[in-house]
Design a binder for this molecule. Structure first.
Ligand code: NAP
Length: 499
């Protein structure tokens, strides 16, 4: 159980030691369901802390890279066991600092466990390949080497799963790490690091520095000892990081925002489509990068879809995420609440029709939290801001489409390209959609949400740059490929004149 009756002060973890920031300052994090309840105090770190962490990671780098990958895997398996033991506590930490319903938080813990298990096994499979050389008596093959020191910078909306799906492949590939979690959700980060410490990770291999992205995060990007940056967060910050890391010739991957759509065609099974859209739009209070932010509905099924959508949305229960009977929880911060309310205002001003919700909830049990109703707009046009910009809250925009081609046109009329889905019983239409939807992940007869850890996760356009996370691609990012030629002939020989 996570006890917050007397909130603790949590430290940074640098070089295998829990320690205060050189600033001597901490900041509080509050529960979004009860804003007067402090979850913990965390270090307000300075660039010097980030530099100290880079020094520790750099010093530990050689020994960790030289440890055989199956032995690194054994440490990950231990971490998996510890996380399983602490699963309930981890889920509660997520809910009290981020707000999401406890069932979603437990799903997130399971997701983190899945990736640790997958990466641990990969310690016996970090394959290169051999191929015949064009020269006699020559062996040619490729091998994987770690990047060295890697910075992981993560968002608040999946405070455990996203760090885990970066950390596990990063560690198994032989890199040492500086982990900078979102300032809003450092409790899950502290607990994740505790788990790896208990699992026996050598000092300096994993370092945690909490504090502002603009200074701590930026120091990590600029430090020449950091060879790789794996970032998940907003498109604005990710674009700036991609540009700067490219100038510095560092390896970089950025997973960013989304504006995901579900297409509902005339032949869709509404028993699947409506719950899929309701769960996609309002599950985790719409604060998922893969949340369904748009529904694109073909004319012939529009009225039936809408009446069922409104009925099922009205049945959703709202409240503290720790209460297992609640479907929607608070938004995770005042900033999130203000942004979502602002977009609801923008949608109304732009001429979209507010069909359901649209209000902040402030009475009774909602008085001390960041609650907003699930909200549905109709008559949305593709050039409206609510159709184009990521809202990142429980707001669904509904479009009418004349046919599949029109639906795909609307789907692709945004700069983002993370995830999308289509509901149809027609294989021809399903494949037409699969081949033309401008998103990195496509779903048929399933919500826009989620993914499995052994398959790549990521988006196109403004949703992502660099190599995909998870799946085999996830390991590619965290290693360098080295090509080896060995001449084992007895004497000198004629070499190729080509480079
Ligand atoms: P954010 O504001 O971009 O922050 C992400 C991380 O970057 C935080 O740790 C932040 O630190 C840090 N940061 C901020 N400014 C920085 C800078 N100048 N240099 C280096 N680091 C910096 O994003 P967020 O609000 O936490 O997360 C929500 C966004 O993440 C949404 O757009 C969502 O779609 C996206 N997301 C994408 C995926 C995906 O896989 N595609 C998954 C989940 C979320 P502070 O917290 O201290 O500011």
């Amino acid at each position: 159980m996570t006890d917050i009756s007397s909130p603790k002060t949590h430290q940074n973890f640098i070089g295998g030691k829990w320690q205060d920031s050189v600033s001597g300052q901490t900041y509080p994090v509050a529960n979004p369901a009860h804003t007067s309840q402090v979850v913990g105090h965390f270090q307000s770190s300075l660039p010097q802390d980030a530099e100290n962490a880079v020094h520790a990671a750099h010093s530990a780098s050689k020994e960790w890279a030289n440890m055989p990958a199956p032995q690194r895997g054994a440490i990950l398996y231990k971490a998996l066991d510890i996380m399983e033991r602490r699963a309930q506590e981890m889920a509660e930490s997520i809910t009290i600092e981020e707000g999401k319903p406890i069932a979603d938080a437990m799903g997130e813990v399971k997701r983190a466990m899945n990736i640790i298990e997958y990466a641990a096994g990969e310690g016996r499979r970090l394959f290169g390949y051999t191929t015949p050389s064009e020269l006699p008596d020559t062996i040619a093959y490729t091998m994987k080497r770690p990047i060295g020191v890697v910075a992981l910078i993560t968002p608040w909306n999946f405070p455990l799963a996203i760090p885990a799906w970066k950390l596990a492949p990063c560690l198994i590939s032989g890199n040492t790490v500086i982990y900078k979690p979102a300032s809003a959700t450092p409790l899950s980060a502290v607990k994740l690091v505790e788990i790896f410490e208990e699992a026996g990770l050598p000092a300096g291999v994993l370092n945690l520095v909490t504090g502002p992205g603009g200074s701590v995060g930026n120091t990590l990007i600029e430090d020449p000892r950091v060879g790789g940056i794996s970032f998940t967060g907003s498109t604005e910050i990710g674009t700036a990081i991609t540009a700067r890391a490219s100038e510095l010739l560092k390896k970089v991957q950025c997973e960013m925002g989304g504006k995901n759509a579900a297409i509902i065609l005339n032949d869709a099974d509404l028993d699947k489509a409506v719950p899929g859209v309701v769960g996609g739009a309002f599950g985790s209070t719409g604060q998922r990068c893969t949340a369904t932010s748009r529904a694109i509905v073909e004319e012939g099924i529009y009225d039936d879809f809408m009446s069922s959508l409104v009925e099922q949305t009205a049945a959703l229960t709202i409240g503290d995420g720790m209460n297992e009977s609640k479907d929607l929880a608070p938004l995770s911060s005042k900033n999130q609440l203000d942004t979502v309310l602002e977009y609801i205002g923008i949608g109304t001003e732009e001429g979209a029709r507010l069909t359901f919700g649209g209000h902040q909830l402030q009475d009774g049990e909602f008085a001390d939290g960041y609650y907003v109703e699930p909200t549905i707009f109709e008559d949305v046009k593709t050039d409206m801001r609510i159709a184009q910009e990521e809202i990142f809250g429980p707001v669904l925009s509904v479009f009418r489409a004349s046919d599949l081609e029109d639906a795909i046109r609307i789907n692709n009329a945004v700069e983002f390209g993370l995830s999308s889905s289509v509901y149809t019983r027609d294989l021809v239409q399903a494949h037409e959609y699969i081949n033309t939807a401008h998103t990195g992940m496509v779903h048929v007869n399933a919500p826009t949400l989620g993914g499995e850890v052994h398959l790549p996760f990521g988006g196109l356009g403004a949703s992502g740059t660099g190599q995909r996370e998870q799946g085999t691609e996830g390991f590619e990012f965290f290693s360098e490929t080295v090509t080896v030629y060995i001449d084992h002939s007895a004497g000198a020989k004629e070499r190729s004149r080509f480079i």
